[in-house]
Design a protein around this ligand. Structure first.
Ligand code: AMP
Ligand code: FE
Ligand code: FE
Ligand code: ZN
Length: 277
């Protein structure tokens, strides 16, 4: 299916790990001829207000979204949520819990580093954070600045990457809980890029748990993936969404804004489903 891309429903900004600010993203969307954008930063909604203001300025329809990194039996599964209620207590509780879990995890990593003779204080890591979220990329920067590692990549390899001596896994919701959270907050729950993990056996189970859509079109999906997930969506009466997963050229080279997406009709379908618990 080659419907014209009018809406790119999977985009990241500087609020998580993208390179454009929300306003820059919307301006770029306008200049590529897109009519709608889904802003889906990882685990944060801090870009929504700026994106909505820019949407009014540039006449681009905004879907307020989020991408939750969840855990399904040891596999990381990404769930997209759209049009959640910004005032939702469930959502705010989760985001607060996540931030405090990240702080605790950072303290654990610093403790592990101390165990191997590297003393770094939390405040020092805080000096390199830009938003509300503290993570391994920040610690890596400090490790480089202090001369313990030669590059960010080395810092992950030597100290904080998976399996390295100071690695501590991140707190994650289960996939079912992620879906439930989005629904409780009035949002529409969509399974992100299932082809990346090769997931499909679990989909009917997640549908029972409240899943309403599948991201069928995605920059990392092959045409075969797209066909397969379209079929699965049809047989489970699910929305078929799509987007590029744009992060910026430096972070995901070749993944252009609007290179993958759906028609404006899908935006309306999502808006129609939002708020139905
Ligand atoms: P965190 O959410 O704190 O676990 O940090 C995850 C982020 O660290 C990812 O989104 C990447 O940007 C970055 N990252 C993970 N592994 C590496 C690596 N080997 N080299 C450089 N950056 C990495
Ligand atoms: Fe990302
Ligand atoms: Fe993802
Ligand atoms: Zn993404």
């Amino acid at each position: 299916m080659t419907d014209r891309v009018e809406a790119d429903l999977h985009c990241h900004t500087t609020c998580s790990d993208g390179t454009l600010t929300p306003r820059e993203l919307i301006r770029a969307a306008k200049s590529t001829g897109l009519l709608a954008i889904g802003i889906t930063d990882h685990d944060t909604i801090s870009g929504w207000d700026e994106a909505e203001n820019a949407g009014r300025e540039f006449l681009v329809v905004i879907l307020r979204g989020i991408e939750l990194n969840t855990d399904w039996k040891g596999t990381e599964v990404h769930v997209l949520g759209y049009e959640l209620d910004q005032g939702s207590v469930y959502l705010h509780d989760y985001l607060r819990e996540l931030r405090s879990a990240r702080e605790k995890r950072m303290l654990l990593m610093l403790e592990k580093l101390r165990g191997i003779g590297i003393r770094i204080e939390l405040d020092e890591v805080r000096t390199v954070t830009t938003g509300q979220v503290i993570g391994r990329p920040h610690l890596a920067q400090v490790l480089v600045k202090r001369g313990f590692s030669r590059s960010i990549k080395d810092a992950f390899q030597q100290y904080i990457g998976t399996g390295a001596p100071a690695y501590v896994p991140r707190y994650k919701l289960t996939t079912e809980d992620g879906i439930r959270l989005i629904r409780n907050a009035g949002g529409v729950a969509v399974l992100a890029h299932p082809g990346v993990q090769g997931l499909e056996a679990e989909i009917p189970f997640w549908v029972v748990g409240g899943l309403q859509g599948i991201e069928v079109v995605h920059s990392e999906h092959s045409l075969d993936d797209e066909k397969r997930y379209r079929k699965i969506a049809e047989s489970n009466s699910l929305l078929m969404t799509g987007g590029s997963d744009f992060h910026g050229e430096n972070i995901k080279p070749g993944v252009h804004l609007g290179g993958w997406g759906v028609s404006l009709e899908v935006v309306q379908q999502i808006k129609d489903l939002a708020g139905l618990f």
